[in-house]
Design a binder for this molecule. Structure first.
Ligand code: F0G
Length: 457
């Protein structure tokens, strides 16, 4: 089934007073007229036969063709490529939604579902966007693809670029990303540049490098990344038999993921495949929460539904959090994310290091591992339930963004009682694990082992 929308996809500036339009093959990341963010418009609401669309997506789940197996390319009618275009895949998507009864109880909910994007090929949600961005790099004839990263984007770009025969180059804040993520990028053959600075410094450099015609930028400032990541909304709804949850909750760092989910749900609404939007909430770590701070100052949307969104965000110069994936003070996609949250009636809030650490351990008690950034969701849901924004019986899906093995040092330190947030010029902030589970040293005898097991039997 070819892309059935009548008009050709194009790129458009999201700034309401600008709205500048760019051809789909133009290599552009920000609007050259007003500097605003761009998004791809696939004119999905022009698609008439939504039932045929839904049926073909569902039938592809049992196909053996690579484009159907991919949980991103399966939704290709809503992607900006035609059927004859090349496509890059590592069979991303197809991630599970788990029931998480322990985490639900912890949050004060009857039920909670966790969609685990850490089950993607490189262990994070980035893969759904990266297969699309790297495909566009191939279409444009790029040779070198670059990104700034706190680790996961880098690992994902490195893998997909290797797959496509392109040269990946990544900028990382030196000493601030986990060993596991760095190891992945090295293994996939990326040129790894460790920069003396933080993620925001790397991101600034990327925006300067983006002017160079030999380089293709694969950060989520690139609207093609968002196109891939929006399919998570399609897959989630497909798995839920098109029953919209009341709430969807995601972590927030550079704000690409929240922007993408918002776009995905809005496209489904435009198509008539869902009849309302889930409330989309974004959770940041307290020490890296510029958007949560801005959100707290905004007037309630119901009181002033038409008021324009703010144009300026006060960045956090020295972001601090042990959830290194979201240690970001100047999120590039904040405008898109804020727009998506506001349209849906969701919230943006922050949670403490202690809350993140305990929520992560609680997710573990459901037999589900994730990295610290992902656990902001459960910590945030607990707060939203306590504040009455989420009611006990409502349906809630949290998106876990990374695999537990992305940061095993954090997990070990939590359970051994040595986890602490260190920062220059300040006393370390110790984390007291409420659900600590340290290994015990046991003598090598049957009786000693039985004694340790005694309380459990
Ligand atoms: N969770 C994980 C595990 C991440 O790696 C990131 C972002 C986020 C959440 C936040 O998502 O940026 O779309 O709001 N990681 C980026 C990286 C910044 O470079 O890997 P976001």
């Amino acid at each position: 089934m070819a892309n059935p929308a009548a008009a050709k996809p194009e790129q458009r500036c999201i700034t309401p007073v600008c709205g500048a339009v760019y051809a789909i093959h133009e290599r552009v990341y920000l609007c050259s007229k007003c500097g605003g963010p761009l998004e791809v418009d696939c004119h999905v609401s022009a698609i008439r036969d939504r039932e045929a669309l839904r049926k073909s997506w569902e039938s592809r789940a049992s196909s053996r063709a690579p484009r159907d197996i991919s949980g991103v390319w399966r939704y290709r009618e809503l992607l900006p490529f035609n059927d004859s275009a090349p496509f890059v895949t590592l069979f991303e998507g197809n991630t599970p939604i788990y029931d998480a009864p322990q985490s639900a109880k912890y949050c004060g909910l009857d039920a909670l579902r966790l969609k685990h994007q850490g089950c993607n090929p490189t262990g994070s949600f980035k893969d759904t966007g990266m297969c699309i961005a790297v495909t566009q790099a191939v279409v444009l004839g790029a040779r070198t693809v670059v990104c700034a990263s706190t680790g996961n984007t880098a690992a994902s770009l490195a893998a997909y670029a290797a797959r496509a025969g392109l040269q990946p180059a990544i900028l990382l804040p030196r000493g601030q990303i986990t060993a596991a993520k760095l190891a992945q990028s090295m293994d996939y053959g990326a040129l790894v540049c460790e920069i003396d600075g933080n993620f925001d410094d790397c991101m600034r450099l990327i925006q300067e490098l983006g002017d160079d015609p030999s380089i293709y930028v694969a950060n989520s400032i690139n609207p093609f990344r968002i196109e891939g990541q929006k399919t998570v909304a399609f897959e989630m709804m497909n798995q839920r038999n098109w029953q919209t949850p009341d709430h969807v909750v995601v972590p927030g760092g550079n704000m690409g993921n929240s922007s993408a989910l918002g776009k995905g749900f809005e496209e489904l609404l435009g198509l008539g495949l869902i009849d309302h939007l889930p409330k989309l909430s974004v959770i940041q770590a307290e020490g890296a929460s510029p958007l949560a701070r801005l959100f707290a100052k905004l007037p309630a949307r119901d009181a002033q539904p038409e008021s324009p969104l703010p144009d300026v965000l006060e960045f956090e110069d020295h972001p601090r959090t042990l959830a290194t994936a979201i240690k970001i003070g100047a999120p590039v996609s904040w405008k898109k994310a804020l727009r998506a949250v506001m349209r849906s009636g969701g919230k943006i809030l922050s949670v403490s290091e202690q809350e993140i650490a305990d929520a992560k351990a609680m997710i573990g008690r459901d037999g589900i591992g994730c990295e610290p950034a992902s656990a902001t969701t459960v910590a945030g849901i607990k707060k939203l339930v306590a504040a009455g924004h989420i009611r006990r019986a409502e349906s809630v899906v949290a998106v876990l963004t990374g695999h537990v093995l992305k940061d095993p040092d954090y997990v070990s330190a939590y359970h051994r009682g040595t986890l602490a947030l260190e920062s220059a010029g300040a006393e370390p902030l110790p984390i007291h694990g409420s659900f600590r589970n340290a290994p015990r040293r046991v003598e090598a005898s049957k009786s000693a082992i039985l004694k340790v097991l005694e309380p459990q039997r």
